[in-house]
Write a protein of this length. Structure first.
Length: 175
């Protein structure tokens, strides 16, 4: 979960999805990227020369084993400037360290997003990026839930429709 605010709209949407997953019997590890110190990829290529170990020593080192163990990667993000957060993008970039000959471990993927806008093309850029990431990870898109019309920092209170929370929960039950 890559939002900068705990208990905000994206966090609540993620928790609803997780609730469905847990009720279905899945084991879920929720990671809050907002509290982690994590840089983007430096593009130095050292990982490709030293046994696929990233030379950047930060909290991403804690995430590599979790990523290796998971069968499904759920990416949750608010919409910032028409796409996912920089925190989530940094996580995705740093997966390069574990690639071998530009091949990545295969994982099912899920995208959960919130946004203030609720226009037909609100999530277009982020969804396109999700398709690219999913393709690199084997093309097993398990689903995407895009919750538009949420209020956020522009209002005094964050608000996400119960409809979105219920739909994310149902999606968690199905996957």
């Amino acid at each position: 979960m890559s939002a900068g605010t705990r208990h905000g709209n994206t966090d609540r949407l993620t928790d609803s999805f997780i609730q469905g997953q847990v009720e279905k019997g899945h084991t879920v590890t929720k990671v809050y990227l907002g509290s982690m110190k994590m840089a983007g990829c430096r593009g130095c290529g050292a990982c490709q020369r030293n046994g696929n170990h990233c030379v950047v020593q930060d909290d991403m080192q804690k995430l590599y084993p979790l990523f290796a163990a998971c069968d499904t990667l759920v990416m949750a993000s608010p919409l910032y400037f028409w796409t996912i957060t920089a925190r989530l993008k940094a996580f995705v970039e740093r997966l390069y360290a574990i690639s071998k000959e530009d091949k990545y471990p295969e994982k099912a993927t899920v995208l959960l997003m919130t946004a203030g806008d609720d226009k037909p093309d609100t999530f277009a850029q982020a969804l396109e990026y999700f398709h690219v990431v999913s393709g690199v990870l084997g093309g097993h898109e398990a689903g995407a839930y895009l919750a538009g019309g949420c209020t956020g920092c522009e209002k005094t209170a964050r608000n996400i429709s119960m409809k979105h929370l219920e739909n994310a929960y149902r999606m968690g039950l199905k996957i």
